[in-house]
Design a binder for this molecule. Structure first.
Ligand SMILES: Cc1cc2nc3c(=O)[nH]c(=O)nc-3n(C[C@H](O)[C@H](O)[C@H](O)COP(=O)(O)OP(=O)(O)OC[C@H]3O[C@@H](n4cnc5c(N)ncnc54)[C@H](O)[C@@H]3O)c2cc1C
Length: 444
């Protein structure tokens, strides 16, 4: 039976993906609310996230490119270094070539700065976002959903979108409802914490690391990525394989755990003359964070009136710098499907919602799978310390670096040019020498 109340989307999680989805639904005139577990959307910690050109285009469409560009650092090139000596093995100038080819730059931005921009510019944020609203359970019925909060309050809506990150509660609820309906497990293969590491921010005053370069170590068993910005800060993240990987779960970490982990990788040479210990000694300890770096891709992205988006459904380590980029594009795809569905039928029945969710998964699944597989290969290759890798790194990599080959043409063709946009938002945007595959309505 069709419902008479206006369609209302409940987004769970005010991370970057949940906030982006809020903008996208607002532009489609779809009513929504965002429920966030924390007391505030704004935080003052976080690592650098590399927004790729296709994602810069998404922000351009929201008219947020300017503030994002102002807050972002520049990225000149990426240098892969030998983690034993700090010698540069490859220098990929692809950020520069990508900007020429696609019209938009790479934008390295600290996650909390991105959240601040998304939050501050969100129309009607005071009523759209409800903080201290942790979701603990979901019930679905023939025309909508009831979302139960830890406070005891209940939020009613038409559908739920779980943008609640890698430890997603909505994913667990979806699994329970799926099992109750079908008698089998959805998403039997969980997200796995295959790697862990630390993130933090060091002073560059004494280190003098070259600015606006992404350094990435190879060959030592741990991948260390760092970038020095014009503000005199070095942002870093480390990725080490875990000997006995477990399914992703929130972890309690003490400062001693963080120090022990940092000490175990102190010998890795980040770039010429700078070891990780040097970096650590110049790091403000209030900026450090130890975290698992999970990997995984769900088989069931939706069930009934519930769908998942962002890290809740697909997750890679930070090494390929694509997790959020993928999440934002998935959110754009989901918004396109919902806008198209509601334009045809403002009160869709559950089977129509299910079809729209299926099209969303279908649109995104192949690209996500491809990129996650590539990411899995890259992080294992960079972390590996076998003789084979040692030889490959020194003899072949400098000549066969895919990021330098043809000025990054493969990355352009197979990924960047395929970037999505909100199809219903008139927009011209920028273009370089290579045309975008997906174009929205032209601006009037
Ligand atoms: C060190 C590091 C570097 C990275 N670098 C890059 C990079 O260069 N490029 C890139 O694209 N990606 C990068 N990533 C990945 C990127 O940070 C994530 O993909 C991105 O943050 C995922 O966004 P999200 O909104 O899906 O989830 P999250 O950012 O995890 O947000 C989820 C939100 O949901 C809230 N929440 C959780 N449970 C509940 C609940 N039950 N009820 C209500 N609210 C809830 C949380 O409080 C949170 O605010 C990096 C990640 C790390 C760790």
């Amino acid at each position: 039976m069709a419902d008479k109340t206006p369609f209302r989307v409940i987004i769970v999680g005010a991370g970057p993906v949940g906030l982006y989805l809020g903008y996208a639904l607002g532009l489609a005139n779809i009513d929504y609310v965002i429920l966030e577990r924390k007391e505030s959307v704004l935080v003052n910690y976080g690592s650098i996230i590399y927004l790729w050109p296709q994602t810069a285009r998404l922000f351009d469409q929201l008219q947020l490119l300017e503030p994002v560009q102002q807050a972002a650092a520049r990225m000149r090139n990426k240098k892969r270094t030998d983690g034993f000596t700090g010698n540069v093995l490859t220098t990929a100038r692809f950020p520069e070539f990508m900007e020429r080819r696609h019209g938009y730059p790479f934008l390295p931005i600290v996650r909390c700065d991105l959240l601040r921009i998304l939050y501050n510019n969100l129309p009607d944020k005071e009523t759209r976002i409800k903080t201290s609203s942790e979701v603990v359970a979901i019930e679905t019925h023939s025309t909508g959903v009831q979302v139960h909060l830890k406070s005891g309050a209940v939020e009613n809506g038409s559908i739920v979108i779980g943008a609640d990150g890698v430890h997603s509660k909505i994913r667990s609820e979806l699994k329970l409802l799926y099992k109750a309906a079908k008698g089998i497990d959805a998403n039997a293969a969980p997200m796995m914490a295959n790697f862990n590491g630390v993130i933090g921010r060091a002073s560059n005053k004494d280190l003098r690391i070259e600015e606006n370069v992404l350094f990435e170590t190879r060959g030592t068993g741990t991948v260390i990525q760092c970038t020095a910005t014009k503000k005199g800060e070095v942002h870093f993240a480390t990725i080490t394989p875990v000997p006995d990987p477990k399914p992703a779960a929130r972890q309690r970490v003490t400062m001693q755990d963080v120090e022990d982990h940092a000490a175990s990788i102190g010998h890795v040479v980040v770039c010429r003359g700078v070891t990780f210990k040097d970096l650590w000694d110049n790091t403000g300890k209030n900026t450090v964070w130890k975290l698992n770096q999970e990997e995984g891709l769900l088989t069931h992205w939706h069930h009934d009136r519930i769908a998942l988006v962002g890290d809740a459904v697909h997750k890679s380590t930070s090494q390929n710098g694509l997790g959020l980029n993928l999440g934002l594009h998935s959110a754009a795809s989901l918004a396109n499907e919902l806008q198209s569905l509601l334009q045809r039928n403002p009160s869709p029945v559950t089977s129509a919602v299910d079809q729209a969710f299926s099209r969303y998964q279908h649109t995104r699944e192949d690209e996500v799978q491809f990129i996650l597989n590539m990411g899995r290969g890259m992080v294992r290759d960079s972390a590996s310390k076998t003789w084979g890798t040692w030889l490959w790194t020194r003899l072949m990599l400098p000549w066969l670096d895919i990021e330098s080959f043809g000025y990054g043409i493969i990355t352009s063709l197979m990924m960047i040019r395929l970037g999505l946009v909100l199809l219903y938002v008139p927009f011209i945007g920028k273009q370089g020498s290579m045309a975008w595959k997906n174009k929205p309505l032209s601006a009037p």
